[in-house]
Design a protein around this ligand. Structure first.
Ligand code: CDP
Length: 345
């Protein structure tokens, strides 16, 4: 039988007889059972565990508060009743109830602390594994210099996994377009930041954003901290969609999605990138020489890598994919292998 007096006596003068008596063993066993129950419930349904824990702690706290107030009243204003003399029936009833509730409150509080401890132990022991998170969501960050093939790889990966895809370069291209359309100079940071804040994502499919002039203008406004800050939220919201997303740019793995499940840095030699970009221009009927494209790519590489804010660089945990000798299919296959290897770890 649970015996509070025996328990307290044993705490005062511990000895082998009292420690194995039912009055001491019972509360210890009960508390351990509550630790187990807390751990079990926290593992199965952490939400219900939290609700029970808070209700339990509040309940026992209220019982204790009530009994302590009543007992304090007796000690202060009716010490005779405490000594067992001259008690009315009502006083007697209050006194016995308060003593009983005080015992229940203390036992309940110890039990609830045990229950909470159980849940805490489970939490410490079983952190959510990253592969479990990856099974539900997949955020892929792809960075790299101009014309490295990152956009093509990003689109094909997104299609393969059924994920939304964002070419973040378009955001900077559109900001430069709007800044000029508003009559401001590209170097005007206040105007560029205002254009970034007012950017309408529905205008990103504008074909004029694809040309080399738009890319060069984009790299001018992309140096500005105000512009980058204004575009940050939009990109992070895009990345936090329920199933995940694929984003490509310059700072996705380093700034926008530092916790991305997979990070790739897609690169190629400047000459090979210029050759590809030149072919793209020719396919669109644009009259621009290979040498001009190469100069533009080198200038942009330099500007993007040298800027103070979010420069073009591979995240420490990114895997580099050099596409210099790979065609689009081979680059896509290599990217899939990188993702598969990462998902296995
Ligand atoms: O397609 P390409 O790689 O030539 O360029 P883009 O990805 O459309 O980016 C155009 C310019 O925007 C880049 O040269 C960067 O200066 C800037 N950018 C950036 O700073 N950060 C990003 N996440 C994406 C683009």
């Amino acid at each position: 039988m649970l015996n509070f007096v025996t328990f307290m006596e044993c705490l005062n003068a511990p000895n082998s007889t009292c420690m194995t008596s039912p009055g001491v063993l019972a509360p210890v066993v009960l508390t351990l059972m509550l630790v187990g129950a807390g751990a079990l419930l926290a593992r199965r349904d952490r939400k219900r565990f939290r609700v029970l824990r808070s209700r339990g702690i509040w309940g026992t706290f209220l019982i204790l508060a009530y009994s302590v107030i009543v007992l304090a009243y007796f000690f202060l204003f009716s010490p005779d009743a405490v000594m067992g003399a001259a008690q009315s029936d009502i006083e007697n009833g209050f006194w016995i109830t308060a003593v009983l509730l005080c015992g229940i409150g203390i036992a309940g509080l110890v039990g609830m602390l045990g229950f909470a401890l159980g849940g805490w132990l489970v939490k410490k022991k079983k952190p959510a594994s990253s592969s479990a998170t990856m099974a539900n969501r997949l955020v892929i960050a792809i960075d790299g210099p101009a014309a490295s093939g990152k956009g093509t790889v990003a689109k094909r990966i997104a299609q393969h996994y059924g994920l939304p895809c964002l070419d973040t370069g378009l955001l900077y291209r559109a900001v430069a377009r709007d800044c000029v359309a508003n009559g401001a100079a590209l170097e005007d940071e206040v105007a560029a930041t205002a254009a970034a804040r007012a950017l309408d994502a529905a205008t990103l499919d504008d074909p004029n954003l694809r040309g080399p002039a738009a890319g060069d203008a984009a790299s001018i406004v992309a140096k500005m901290p105000g512009v980058r800050a204004a575009l940050l939220d939009y990109q992070r919201r895009f990345a936090s969609q329920p199933g995940g997303a694929v984003l490509d740019g310059r700072d996705i793995g380093t700034v926008i999605c530092p916790n991305a499940d997979v990070k790739m840095f897609v690169t190629a030699t400047a000459e090979e990138r210029a050759r590809r970009r030149h072919l793209e221009h020719q396919a669109r009927g644009e009259d621009i020489s290979y040498d001009m494209v190469l100069t533009d790519i080198r200038r942009r590489d330099e500007r993007d890598s040298a800027r103070n804010v979010a420069p073009l660089e591979a995240a420490a945990d990114a895997i580099t994919l050099d596409t210099t000798t790979l065609n689009a299919d081979a680059a896509f296959a290599a990217a899939l292998e990188i993702i598969a290897a990462k998902r296995k770890t």
